[in-house]
Design a binder for this molecule. Structure first.
Ligand SMILES: NC(=O)c1ccc[n+]([C@@H]2O[C@H](COP(=O)([O-])OP(=O)(O)OC[C@H]3O[C@@H](n4cnc5c(N)ncnc54)[C@H](O)[C@@H]3O)[C@@H](O)[C@H]2O)c1
Length: 406
C-alpha cells in the first residue's frame, strides 16, 4: 500500500455507477483495502508513487449516477457468475457495495424527462455537492464510466457533457474514461479553462490500443514500413451492446486508430471493427493483423491476439486515475493533465503517443506531486472554486522530476 499524506476522505463519483467497470471498481477497492486481493494492475501501488501523497484506497468513498436501478450487490453477483469477480468476493465486500449503492442517484435524461439541459446540470451538480457535504469529503473526482455515446451531431449537449458541466459546477475535477464527448464539447471549452479544475481523458487504454501504443513505436524505431494495420474486436456485456451502434463504435475506433497515426507518423491502410457477441460477456478478444515491409521490400506479417476481461483491466486504471486526479486537485493544478496520457486512447493536451514515453511522463508527474503542498483553506472542498483559481501546468513541467508544484 502506498503511504498517504492525506488523512481526509476523497469521493469518487462514477457516472454509470451500476455498470461493469464501476461495480468492479467498488468491489476491487474494498477487496484490496481489506487485503483480500493484491493490487495487481494498479500502477499507483508501485514504488514510484509511494511518496506522491495520493489518497489511500481506504479513504475513497464511492457514489454516482446511473439510469438503471439494479442494486450494486446484485450487479456484483452477476459479474461473479460471469467470472469477472472471483468467487466469494461479493459476499466479502457486500457492505461496501451496499454503502456505495446508497450513494447512487438517478441519472438522466430518463425516458420522458422534461428537464432542460440547465435543469439536468443543476440537479446532477446538487447530487454531487450533497455527496461531498454528507460525507465531509475533502474533494470528489467525477469519473465517466457510462455507456459510450455516439458523437453529437447538433449543438445540444449530450448526456456525458451534461455530467461534465455538472462536475465543473460542483467544483470537481473530471476524468472521462469513455470515448463520449464529456468536456470535449465546444460549449464547455471556456468553462473548462476558467474553472481552475484539473481534468483528464478520453477513453481508457486497456487492451488493443495499449498493445498498439507499444508496437507502433517499435515499427517506427526499427525503420520498418507498416503498410496496413487491421483490427477486429469481439465483445459482449453492456459495452458490447452499446458499441453495436455504429455511431458509438465510430467514437471508440477513432481513438484506436489515432494511436497508429501518431506513433507511425502515417496512417496505414486497414480498419478497426467491433462486433457485439453477447455470449462472451465482459471477455474481449482483439485481433490485430499488421502487414509491414522489411529490408529490400521483403513483405512480412505480425498478428496479435489479446484475450482480456475488460472490467478487470479497466477498474485498476479508474482507481489510479481517481487518486492521481484528486492529488492534482489538492495540489492546485488545473487544466488538462497531459501526464495521464499513459491511461488513454485519445489523451487531452499535448502528450506523446508511445507507451514508454507516456510512462516516463507519468513517473515525472508522480515525482512532481511529492513536493506539492495541499491547496489552501476553502479550496478543493468539493465546492465551486473561483474561476481560474488552479494553476495550469507549464509544458514539460510534469516530467521535471522532484521540485514542488507550489
Ligand atoms: N472495460 C474496458 O476495458 C474499457 C476501456 C475503455 C473504455 N471503457 C468504457 O467504459 C464505459 C463503461 O463500460 P462498462 O463495461 O462498465 O459498460 P456497462 O454497459 O456495463 O455500464 C455502463 C453503465 O452506464 C449507465 N448509463 C447509461 N447511460 C447513462 C446516463 N445517461 N447516465 C448515467 N448512467 C448511464 C448504464 O445504465 C450502465 O449501468 C464504456 O463507455 C466503455 O466504452 C471500458
Amino acid at each position: 500500500m502506498s503511504v498517504s499524506r492525506s488523512e481526509s476522505r476523497v469521493g469518487v463519483w462514477l457516472i454509470g455507477a451500476r455498470g461493469s467497470v464501476a461495480t468492479t471498481v467498488v468491489a476491487g477497492c474494498a477487496a484490496v483495502t481489506a487485503g483480500l486481493q493484491p493490487p495487481t494492475g494498479m500502477v499507483t501501488e508501485t514504488p514510484p508513487f509511494a511518496d506522491s501523497g495520493l489518497p489511500a484506497l481506504s479513504s475513497l468513498v464511492f457514489g454516482g449516477h446511473d439510469t438503471l436501478d439494479c442494486p450494486l450487490p446484485k450487479r456484483a453477483e452477476a459479474l461473479a457468475a460471469g467470472g469477472v469477480l472471483p468467487p466469494g468476493l461479493t459476499s466479502a465486500v457486500t457492505a461496501e457495495l451496499a454503502a456505495a449503492d446508497r450513494d447512487i442517484r438517478p441519472g438522466g435524461p430518463l425516458t420522458g424527462d422534461t428537464r432542460d439541459a440547465d435543469e439536468l446540470i443543476a440537479a446532477f451538480a446538487a447530487d454531487i455537492q450533497d455527496f461531498v457535504r454528507r460525507h465531509g469529503l475533502s474533494r470528489a473526482v467525477v469519473v465517466n464510466v457510462a455507456s459510450t455515446e455516439a458523437a453529437p451531431t447538433g449543438d445540444a449537449l449530450p448526456p456525458s457533457s451534461l455530467y461534465a458541466a455538472a462536475a465543473l459546477r460542483a467544483g470537481c475535477p473530471y476524468v472521462n474514461f469513455t470515448p463520449s464527448t464529456g468536456l470535449h464539447h465546444p460549449a464547455l471549452a471556456s468553462q473548462a479553462r476558467s474553472s481552475g479544475l484539473p481534468y483528464a481523458g478520453r477513453d481508457g487504454k486497456t487492451g488493443q490500443t495499449l498493445l498498439r501504443s507499444v508496437l507502433g513505436p517499435m515499427f517506427a524505431q526499427r525503420a520498418l514500413t507498416v503498410r496496413a494495420w487491421s483490427g477486429t474486436n469481439l465483445l459482449g456485456g453492456g459495452d458490447g451492446a452499446a458499441l453495436a451502434d455504429p455511431a458509438a463504435a465510430a467514437a471508440k475506433n477513432a481513438g484506436k486508430e489515432r494511436v497508429l497515426a501518431d506513433t507511425l507518423g502515417t496512417t496505414p491502410q486497414g480498419e478497426t471493427h467491433i462486433d457485439d457477441v453477447p455470449a462472451l460477456g465482459d471477455w474481449k478478444t482483439a485481433w490485430d493483423h499488421i502487414a509491414f515491409d522489411g529490408f529490400l521490400g521483403t513483405r512480412m506479417i505480425l498478428q496479435t491476439t489479446w484475450q482480456g476481461c475488460d472490467s478487470a483491466l479497466a477498474a485498476p486504471l479508474v482507481l489510479d486515475l481517481a487518486r492521481l486526479t484528486a492529488r492534482a486537485h489538492e495540489s492546485g493544478l488545473s487544466g488538462p493533465l497531459d501526464a495521464l496520457a499513459f491511461y488513454f486512447k485519445d489523451p487531452v493536451g499535448d502528450a506523446p503517443s508511445g507507451l514508454a514515453e507516456q510512462y516516463e511522463a507519468l513517473i515525472g508527474f508522480a515525482h512532481s506531486l511529492r513536493g506539492a503542498e495541499p491547496a489552501g483553506p476553502g479550496e478543493g472542498a468539493g465546492l465551486p472554486q473561483s474561476a481560474g483559481e488552479g494553476r495550469e501546468l507549464r509544458p514539460g513541467e510534469q516530467t521535471n522530476g522532484t521540485e514542488g508544484l507550489r
